[in-house]
Structures are given as structure tokens and as C-alpha cells.
Ligand binder design. Structure first.
Ligand code: SUG
Length: 451
């Protein structure tokens, strides 16, 4: 074991994706029922960004470690150029709006806000070389998301810039290696400072297609998860691969984080999350070397439909300093689905494992299928890694105020699909992002800054 594997104090830091100024509803994600249901609606980028920021700030105020990850440049003109559009930026916007509005919508999506899909992170406690390994997800199952990885890679390098981080290339962009990052990866451990067990959940093993979903695509493959575990140098005895229940995928559970969440030694999941639940428990307990704590919600209490409608399991399960049980951060929609609200009321009142449930209004993101857990990337960091972070991305009162001001001055209150061709929108986004890179001290990460 390398010296940096030793048990210095470590924390889980939640980095929230800042919602970008082009946040819109284009109905782009087949298999994500909220995205399909809200396609074509009017969005509010300003509200979306403020809702996300308020959540991050509230968690910081509760004593949790919180950071932010900036949005990406959209509409992404280089992608339109690569697809044959030419001329000035305004001409390209105009032509694409006329002949390929679906392409303009795809390159305008603010989908990078869901940073649970940005990458997979294995902290230094789990890896052979004692460094934290990061692999940006290739996100190739949806075109609008497949254009994220190059900028994601640059953002992650700018944020996690010291030698104790190893940045890998995304996996090869072939369907066999379809990878959606941390949304299908859960880390369980006794304590953040100790080696943990990494649970990789996949929907397709490429060998038994009959065991996969029939209606909607499986976005994560087993070979992709295996490749990441290998390149991160994980101990095979501390890795578990589990198949998602195909029926759940066909109900709109397009990532495992829509049906299960884990933290420390606790796994909170729906009874129908995994193809073989008992085997998952057995493997996790063996790998942990201790008992796994489980809250399994029976289908009799909450149907798959209600789980997807409420996004109950896209919650954040958090260890608040000084509290015995966990904090569960859920979206407001959980109040509106009676079976879920009833369940949560009982859970908060009766379970020693959950101290508190907190509801957050994230409706703008939720309408595209992104709840509290989608909006955050968890990174276990040592005290030293936190102290060495030079980018101004860790939450403070001053950063919160600056970001609020930045959003309020640059974001539109409402956006329709028709607005995406507006050259002023492109301009506004570039001005806003240029200012943000200076505010966060992350250098020139965007294509428009690097030309
Ligand atoms: O990839 N929605 C995202 C939601 C991602 C949620 N992430 C996690 N579960 N971790 C997706 O389907 C919709 C965009 C639109 O339709 O405009 C979208 O990309």
C-alpha cells in the first residue's frame, strides 16, 4: 500500500453541477420518462440554476463539504461545424435551426449539469497506487450527451489538479463500452478514510441480451464497468458488479441512481433495483468484511411507477457531522406522491438509520429526469487534497453570493426551443462562462476560449 493510502482524515465532498444558461426541454432522452414528457415546454434557466445553487448552499450550511462544477459551452458550435455546417456562428445557428432543429437542440442541451454522469471516481483509499483515479464517462448512448467528455475532462483536470489525482481518457466510444459514470457506481465503506467497496451496476453484459430490457436502452455495459475497475487499479476483492433489473429500466430507471443510493455501509434501494438482490447483498457483505446495512423498499409500499415519478431513490444519502443517522435529501415531488410521502414520514420517524428527510425544489432539473443525486458528483478527498484545491470551487459564503449574482445577471428567465437559434443567446453564454472561469480560477477550459 502506498503511503497516501494511510488513514488521514477524509471527507465526502459533493460537487454540484451548475445548470447552464441554455437549460431547455427538448425531449432528447429516450427511456427517461420525464425528458420525454416535458419535451417542448418552456424552461427557466435562471430558476434552474438558482434551485441547484440553493441546494448546494443549504448542504454547506448543514456542515457538509460542498463544491461546484461549471456548465459547458452551449450551443456547441464546434459540433455543428463537425456535422457539416459552415459560415459564421450566426449563419450556423440559422442554418441548423432551419434544416436540423433536432441537432441544434442536441448541441444546446445543458445536460452537463447532471455531473453524476460526468465521470467515475475511485478515491485514493481504494486504488493500488494510492491516488484518486477519475475517468470521464463517454456518454455515448445519447448524442447530446456524447459531446460532453472533452470539456468534462478539462474541467475535472482544472479542479482536481494536483498529483494525487490521475485523469484517464474516457473509454473507447463504442457501444460495448457505453459508460454513464458515477450514476451507476456506488461506494460503500466503514469510514471515508478507509478502503471501500465499489459497486458497479450495469444494464447490459453483452453476452445475454435476452436478460436485458426490452423497451428502453441499457446505458451502462459490464465491459465498460470492468475496464474502469481495471484502469483505476481497484482490488478485485473489493469490487462488485451487479446487473440492474431489466424491468426497472423498462419503467424508466435509465441509471441505477434512479432506484438505489448508498453511503458508508448503508444501501437504500427499491426491492426491484437489481436482477439478483440476495447475490448483491452477499457479495457486498463479503467484500466489506462486515455487515451491510440495508433499507429495501418493498414494491407493495412503493411501485416502480411511483419510484420513478417521485425520484425517491435519486436522493442524496449524507452523513451530517455530529448526527447518528443519515440525512436524506429528496426532491419536492416526493411530497406529491402519496405512497412515497407516507413511506418517508414513517422512515424519518421510525428508522434509526435515517435522522432527517429534507425536501428541495429542483423542479426545473426534475422535468428533464435529474434529481438531487444526478446533480452531484461525490469525491472522497483527504484533508490534504481539499487544502491543495487551487480552483475556487469549494463552497463558501462569498462563492455562494458571487454565483447568485452571476446567475441573476447572466441568465434568462425563460427559454423556448425557438430561442436556441438566437445569436445573442450564444453570446450571452460565452460572456457568462468566460466570467465564471475567472471567478472560479479554472483557466481556459472552453473551446471558444481556446481558439
Ligand atoms: O441523461 N436528461 C438526462 C438526465 C440525467 C440524469 N442523471 C442521472 N440519473 N444521474 C439524461 O437522460 C434530458 C435533456 C432533454 O430532454 O432536453 C436529459 O439529457
Amino acid at each position: 500500500m502506498s503511503p497516501s493510502n494511510t488513514q488521514a482524515k477524509a471527507f465526502e465532498v459533493n460537487f454540484d453541477g451548475i445548470v447552464g444558461p441554455t437549460h431547455n426541454y427538448a425531449g432528447l432522452s429516450f427511456g427517461n420518462v420525464a425528458s420525454t414528457a416535458h419535451g417542448g415546454r418552456v424552461s427557466s434557466p435562471k430558476q434552474a440554476a438558482l434551485q441547484g445553487l440553493e441546494k448546494a448552499w443549504a448542504l454547506h450550511e448543514m456542515g457538509l463539504k460542498q463544491g461546484v462544477i461549471p456548465p459547458q459551452e452551449r450551443p456547441h458550435i464546434p459540433t455543428l461545424r463537425a456535422l457539416g455546417f459552415c459560415g459564421s456562428d450566426s449563419e450556423i445557428l440559422n442554418q441548423s435551426a432551419r434544416c436540423a432543429p433536432q441537432l441544434l437542440a442536441a448541441v444546446s442541451s445543458a445536460s452537463s449539469m447532471w455531473v453524476a454522469n460526468a465521470c467515475t471516481v475511485s478515491p485514493y483509499t481504494d486504488t493500488e497506487d494510492g491516488k484518486t483515479h477519475i475517468t470521464p464517462a463517454n456518454l455515448l448512448s445519447m448524442f447530446h450527451r456524447s459531446i460532453e467528455p472533452p470539456t468534462t475532462g478539462r474541467l475535472l483536470r482544472a479542479i482536481f489538479s494536483v498529483d494525487s489525482f490521475v485523469h484517464h481518457q474516457p473509454l473507447p466510444a463504442a457501444p460495448s463500452f457505453s459508460d454513464e459514470g458515477a450514476a451507476n457506481h456506488t461506494r460503500l465503506c466503514a469510514d471515508y478514510s478507509q478502503a471501500g467497496v465499489e459497486l458497479f451496476v450495469y444494464g447490459d453484459d453483452l453476452s445475454n441480451r435476452a436478460a436485458g430490457p426490452r423497451k428502453y436502452p441499457a446505458r451502462q455495459t459490464l465491459p465498460a464497468s470492468q475496464a474502469i475497475a481495471r484502469s483505476h487499479g481497484l482490488n478485485p476483492d473489493k469490487v462488485v458488479f451487479a446487473r440492474q433489473n431489466p424491468n426497472a429500466i423498462d419503467h424508466g430507471v435509465f441509471h441505477n441512481d434512479v432506484i438505489a443510493v448508498g453511503n458508508l455501509d448503508l444501501l437504500f434501494h427499491h426491492e426491484l433495483a437489481f436482477a439478483d438482490t440476495q447475490s448483491v447483498y452477499g457479495q457486498l457483505s463479503t467484500a466489506l468484511g462486515s455487515d451491510l446495512q440495508v433499507i429495501a423498499v418493498p414494491v407493495d409500499a412503493i411501485s416502480l411507477e411511483d419510484a420513478v415519478r417521485s425520484y425517491l431513490f435519486n436522493s442524496q444519502l449524507l452523513a451530517v457531522p455530529g448526527q447518528q443517522g443519515a440525512l436524506l435529501v429528496v426532491p419536492e415531488e416526493c411530497r406529491e406522491v402519496p405512497s412515497v410521502y407516507e413511506y418517508l414520514t414513517a422512515l424519518e420517524g421510525e428508522s434509526p438509520l435515517i435522522d432527517k428527510v429534507r425536501f428541495f425544489d429542483l423542479r426545473q432539473s426534475m422535468k428533464n429526469g435529474g434529481g438531487p443525486a444526478c446533480l452531484r458528483l461525490r469525491v472522497v478527498m483527504s484533508e490534504q487534497q481539499i487544502a491543495e484545491t487551487v480552483a475556487d470551487v469549494l463552497m463558501t459564503e462569498s462563492l455562494y453570493r458571487q454565483l447568485r449574482h452571476w446567475i441573476e445577471s447572466h441568465y434568462r428567465d425563460r427559454l423556448t426551443m425557438n430561442d436556441l437559434q438566437d445569436p445573442n443567446l450564444l453570446n450571452e453564454c460565452r460572456i457568462a462562462l468566460d466570467e465564471l472561469t475567472q471567478l472560479l480560477k479554472i483557466g481556459s477550459v472552453y473551446d471558444f476560449q481556446r481558439r
